[in-house]
Design a protein around this ligand. Structure first.
Ligand code: 3HC
Length: 705
């Protein structure tokens, strides 16, 4: 148990105030539950105490159970807070600021009243870490908001803003302003007001909303989430637990919830998802970077280039509340870009995920300008022009002329040399790469690329800017493809080569969908267009006689099969329908090209398909770490989870690799090296970790910034 008390109890004006003090977010860590129970018992025994207020210190109410303790055989608590809060003979008011998540909201629901500041957020996000609420959340929430809304909240795990939570009935009162002291004062007043109200309202006693759910609600939910939540047993258990809330008395429902929770805590999926949770926090840490580094404040931003990428980037800043100047020399491109942005926002309004007012605010933050001179006063600029070095260099020379001193100069590139771009300026220390993923306003990942001359301040500021707009910023060194795309490239190569060798596109896709990807890689190619890199491949082939390109893909493009947009690619599509249909014509084309090129074809088994795709990338991640171009193996996992749709419940390629075993992977790669040559050369780091019996996911480079 921690030395310092993690829960304080004071009596103010007849109200017992229970303060949770377990930084940084008041998770229910060691001693917190006992502290709450002791406080309640003290107050129950004190005749001067008429009611209670429960509140958190610092930035949150309670962020939930302490996830670090999960899966480690935690001792069974003698008593649970919920079992003491609920029957307490004096009313308890939960005063919520920051977050009340998971066990935090469950405690609040076991209190008798809940008040909050407007910026507070509440939710039950347990499913996102592979479990279900285990502190009565699946039984109490449906009693408050009805089973249908409870299912939505529990399965999405979303953080509900306080005003919406009030509308739903979760919160009784939202106070004015976000000040915690004002919240405490309001909670004390509230507690005095309700101190004598009897009977004390207890959520467990409510049943009025439970009858809203018929079996249809549960069946419909199962159907709705089936595809998206494949491989996640927590989702089905959450549905079963809410069903129990409707069909069983409260105490039996709690027992059912506990049983369903118990099935999940040590499941493979829960381990992987907890790993992902912590890896997504670890990625923010830059070894060697001083903790208190001064970074320039970014209050205004410019985006150069109003194409699809530039527009998406501008939206992600506008969404986060930053004013953006969108600059493009071509009035037509600018106008088209703005139209595209407007249409994207309008789609969100139509879907109901954005209000018209919010759309107007966001769109209003994007100001079109035509002259580079007009963006000189911005604190940062992101260049998002065509991915060609001469064009980028020209833009940076101009940015060097126009941007004010101290501005951050960022280039959005997925592969070009950051140093070459930075060196056209007289301030290469202010230049860094920021690689956005498509669509830029949606994808969570931002890869931040450190050039040779990028200053620590610039690097730290670029990483922070990403986080400030809600992205996960991941460090990469300057090399071809940086960390994310470079680690993914071998996967793409093996995909192409296996098809040349006889694996069919539908087999490759079937294997990867069974693995957990929402869509297989060939179907994804059809969505983005097979012609996307056609010109690049042709240029490379002209310059490098050894480059063999992708002859089958090229043939498909040359035959007009460019993917969904032309109604055919790896698959065939019916007009107006995006469902891929297996096409015997493709089988014929594959055979023809294989014969022309002299590729020997054979049958593949599914495991080989999976291993060839993923082992090749695991080997590359090890090489990237060896060369110091990424910080940790877990960073690569985070990049794959948030940039490439890798199934979260498998943790990431390195985490998954450990479930196979580093030695088995190394041996297979060594065998393929013998068979296929240089591209399968095993990484020295992989050999080392295999021989030492270590874990792939714990590999680190020795970078110090
Ligand atoms: N347990 C342990 N540590 C936690 C934690 C938790 N529930 N929540 C946050 N932390 C840690 C983070 O790991 C991080 O540690 P670090 O500084 O060492 O990296 C630190 O607290 C700060 O967290 P963030 O960097 O994530 O801070 P943010 O302000 O960006 O986000 C947050 C705050 C929204 C609360 C976010 O941390 C979060 O989503 N936490 C998890 C919430 C959750 O899943 N709760 C449910 C837990 S399971 C449960 O309650 C089971 C119950 O039903 C029985």
């Amino acid at each position: 148990m921690s030395e310092k008390p993690v829960v304080h109890f004071d009596v103010t004006d007849g109200i017992g105030v229970i303060t949770i003090d377990y930084p940084p977010v008041n998770a229910l860590g060691p001693g917190v539950a006992d502290g709450i129970i002791e406080s309640l018992e003290k107050g129950e025994a004190d005749p001067n105490v008429k009611a209670f207020v429960m509140i958190g210190t610092g930035r949150s109410f309670i962020a939930g159970a302490d996830i670090r303790g999960f899966g480690k055989g935690r001792p069974k608590p003698k008593k649970r807070t919920y079992d003491v809060l609920d029957p307490c003979s004096k009313p308890v008011v939960a005063a919520i600021h920051g977050y009340a998540l998971g066990g935090g909201l469950e405690n609040a629901l076991a209190c008798h009243y809940r008040i909050a500041v407007p910026s507070a957020k509440v939710g039950l996000p347990e499913v996102l870490i592979g479990i279900i609420p285990g502190g009565g959340g699946t039984q109490r929430l449906p009693r408050v908001v009805g089973p249908k809304a409870a299912l939505d909240l529990i399965i999405s795990g979303r953080h509900v803003p306080a005003p919406e939570a009030k509308d739903l009935g979760i919160i009784d009162e939202v106070i004015d302003g976000d000040d915690r002291d004002a919240l405490l004062a309001a909670a004390l007043d509230y507690a005095k007001k309700v101190a004598d109200v009897r009977p004390i309202p207890r959520v467990r006693d409510r049943s009025d909303r439970l009858s809203e759910a018929t079996q249809d609600v549960f069946d419909a939910k199962r159907k709705e989430v089936a595809r998206k939540t494949r491989g996640q047993p927590a989702v089905e258990n959450a549905i079963k637990a809410v069903e129990a809330a409707v069909s069983e008395p409260f105490d039996d429902g709690i027992a059912t919830e506990r049983r369903l929770f118990g099935e999940l805590e040590t499941s493979d999926e829960a381990f992987a998802m907890r790993y992902a949770f912590f890896a997504e926090r670890e990625i923010a840490r830059l070894p060697g970077m001083p903790k208190k580094i001064e970074t320039p404040e970014i209050n205004s931003i410019a985006v150069v280039g109003a194409g699809t990428m530039g527009g998406g980037i501008a939206m992600s800043f506008a969404d986060a509340g930053l004013p953006v100047k969108l600059v493009d020399a071509s009035p037509e491109v600018l106008e088209k870009g703005l139209e595209r942005i407007k249409a994207n926002y309008a789609t969100s309004v139509k879907r109901g995920s954005l209000s018209q007012d919010e759309m107007d605010d966001r769109f209003g933050r994007i100001k079109p300008v035509q002259q580079m001179e007009d963006i000189g006063d911005c604190d940062a600029v992101v260049e998002a022009v065509f991915e060609r070095m001469p064009v980028k260099k020209e833009v940076f020379a101009k940015l060097d002329e126009v941007m004010k001193d101290g501005a951050l100069l960022l280039t959005n590139t997925s592969a070009l040399d950051i140093d070459e771009i930075a060196n056209v300026t007289k301030r290469p220390d202010a230049v860094a790469g920021t690689h956005y993923f498509v669509p830029a306003n949606v994808m969570k990942l931002l890869e931040v690329v450190n050039g040779t001359k990028t200053s620590r301040e610039t690097l730290a500021a670029a990483m922070k800017l990403g986080r400030d707009i809600g992205k996960i910023s991941g460090y990469a060194g300057n090399c071809d493809g940086f960390a994310a795309n470079r680690s993914r490239a071998p996967f793409n190569i093996e995909q192409g080569l296996m098809i040349e060798e006889g694996a069919l596109p539908e087999q490759v896709d079937k294997v990867m969908v069974a693995f957990g990807y929402p869509v297989g890689p060939c179907a994804v190619n059809d969505m983005s267009g097979l012609d996307v890199s056609y010109d690049t491949r042709k240029r490379r082939a002209a310059a490098d006689p050894k480059y063999r390109g992708l002859p089958i893909t090229d043939r498909l493009v040359e035959l007009g099969r460019k993917g969904q947009k032309t109604g055919a690619g790896w698959y065939r599509y019916e007009p107006g329908d995006r469902t891929p249909h297996v096409d015997p014509e493709v089988h014929k084309i594959i055979k023809e090209v294989a014969e022309e090129q002299g590729f020997e074809q054979r049958e593949f088994d599914d495991t080989e398909v999976l291993h060839r795709l993923l082992f090749s990338s695991i080997n590359e991640i090890c090489k990237i770490l060896e060369e110091g171009k990424a910080i940790r193996a877990s960073d690569a996992d985070v990049m794959w989870l948030n940039g490439f749709g890798f199934p979260r419940y498998r943790g990431g390629p390195m985490y998954w690799g450990d479930t196979v075993g580093a030695m088995e992977i190394y041996n297979q790669i060594a065998a393929w090296h013998q068979r296929y040559g240089e591209r399968w050369k095993p990484s020295a780091l992989l050999r080392e970790v295999a021989k030492s019996g270590g874990k792939l996911r714990e590999l680190k480079s020795d970078i110090s910034l």
